[in-house]
Ligand binder design. Structure first.
Ligand SMILES: [Zn+2]
Length: 123
């Protein structure tokens, strides 16, 4: 389990060097890289603020009819959410009161930029 403070979490996101809508997370179960733009494209909401609550918490697959996580990630989304009983996350963001909030892992700058470029190309 990796634990980071809120400022550390924000600086990891900032390091991705992409627009807010392309800030990317990785589902701990299927490994899919996903950003707010994916959730907007899947009609989970119209703006970043609408979908922020899902980002890094529920897999995009929940909005695209994906199945349960496979034993071995196959590159496709799944229906995982950190709100369930099973705790399989690998990252916790610790707030000022010391409370830990599970989150999907922050994608690397390379992953985030590659993902943003794919979406921009697809229009
Ligand atoms: Zn997933």
């Amino acid at each position: 389990m990796k634990r980071v403070s809120i400022p550390e979490f924000h600086s990891a996101l900032k390091a991705q060097g992409v627009a807010k809508v392309h800030l990317a997370f990785k589902c701990p179960l299927c490994g899919t890289v996903q950003s707010a733009s994916d959730f907007i494209a899947a009609f989970a909401g119209n703006t970043f603020d609408d979908v922020e609550k899902y980002l890094g918490f529920s897999c995009i697959g929940r909005w695209t009819g994906a199945g349960a996580p496979r034993k071995k990630p196959d590159g496709r989304p799944c229906n995982w959410t950190l709100g369930g009983f099973l705790k399989l996350h690998q990252l916790e963001v610790v707030d000022d009161e010391g409370r830990a909030h599970p989150r999907f892992e922050v994608a690397t700058p390379e992953e985030a930029q590659q993902h943003a470029a794919l979406i921009e190309t697809a229009g």
